[in-house]
Ligand binder design. Structure first.
Ligand code: UT7
Length: 311
């Protein structure tokens, strides 16, 4: 049986940093309110999905020691592609010089976990190396006059290389879910900006994260006390605190980057994952729980046994 594992990782954030104080000059808000209610201090904006993705992917490929001709598939999770057609995945595939299939995947903020789980199945199906990217430019679809949303969002990209190089499975359990009946709580029409019922999304998010995490841990045959690192979707620190409390996981186990990234949708989990990996927060054999939720409303969780690449 073939098993995938992560052998390279990298991120990219656009240069322009937007502070809470700057937002307070644009809408009726304050640094104090945003910090207390969300945990966000700054976010990066004005990024393009294709550019951020290609930069992150190039660094992830370098780290894994993988050349463009060795990539079998490119999978891009995004809700804010540069254009409606063609898929941003195809533009990235060309700019990186890959010769392989490439497609965009829209599962909103759960997208990276959807992508990682999908990549693991392709590895089991015989592929050798897959590039998985989570990237969003939420600043391009944000209503900068709506204080209920513009304080939250940012841009960024995170990329990982998944290779058929593990002796045993690293993806131990996973859960993918969609509740389309709640689609009107968070949406964006063509050519328009994001519309959100913040309070309703907040309530559903906590429950969806808890359910997804429990299902993935059940399938993996592990309990929450065995988890070493949780990588949650970075939407609001209060959502993360509430969900982890229900799961009986101390907040100290969470990877948190939203104070300087804001909510970057599909990029949020890989941004937090890469931050934790670079900080060497996990050792060989440790269990990582990735868990996200987003528009759809989608949710996704995965339990990964960390199998570090041999350098
Ligand atoms: O990726 C998934 C997508 N999104 C999310 O996960 C977001 C989920 N929702 C949230 O994170 C939170 O609901 C928000 C951060 C959007 C809002 O926080 P909240 O604690 O739910 O605030 P609220 O909507 O209950 O509003 C509380 C008060 C209200 O004033 P009154 O009625 O108490 O006088 C709002 O008008 O805060 C006011 N308010 C603000 N004040 C200053 C709402 N937004 C702001 C703001 N600055 N930006």
């Amino acid at each position: 049986m073939s098993h995938g594992r992560i052998t390279g990782w990298a991120t990219n954030l656009p240069d322009r940093v937007l502070t809470n104080d700057e937002l307070a000059q644009m809408v009726d808000t304050s640094d104090e309110w945003i910090t207390a209610r969300t945990g966000i201090k700054t976010r990066h904006i004005d990024g393009k999905v294709t550019e951020m993705s290609a930069a992150a992917a190039l660094d992830a490929m370098k780290m894994a020691g993988v050349s463009p001709d060795q990539i079998d598939l490119l999978l891009l999770a995004t809700i804010s592609p540069d254009q409606q057609i063609p898929a941003s995945a195809s533009v990235i595939q060309d700019s990186l010089g890959l010769s392989c299939g490439a497609f965009d995947l829209n599962a909103a903020c759960s997208g990276f976990v959807y992508g990682l789980v999908t990549a693991m199945q392709f590895i089991q199906g015989g592929m050798e190396r897959i590039l998985v990217i989570g990237s969003d430019s939420l600043s391009s679809i944000t209503n900068w006059e709506d204080r209920g949303t513009c304080i939250l969002f940012g841009d960024g990209a995170g990329a990982v290389i998944v290779e058929n190089s593990a002796d045993k499975p690293s993806l131990l359990g996973w859960d993918l879910m969609s509740s389309g009946d709640a689609a009107d709580l968070l949406y964006c029409e063509h050519g328009d900006n994001i519309v959100m019922d913040g309070q309703a999304v907040f309530r559903k998010a906590v429950l969806a994260m808890e359910a997804a995490a429990i299902n993935a841990m059940d399938k993996a045959g592990v309990t929450s006390d065995q988890i070493k690192l949780v990588v949650p979707h970075q939407a609001n620190v209060r959502i993360i605190e509430s969900a982890l409390k229900r799961l009986d996981i101390p907040i100290e186990k969470a990877a948190l980057v939203l104070n300087y990234t804001g909510n970057t949708s599909a990029a949020s989990i890989p941004l937090a994952l890469v931050d934790a990996l670079n900080a060497e927060r996990v050792d060989s054999g440790d269990l990582i729980l990735l868990v996200g939720f987003g528009a759809g409303m989608t949710s996704a969780a995965a339990v990964v046994r960390w199998d570090p690449p041999t350098i």
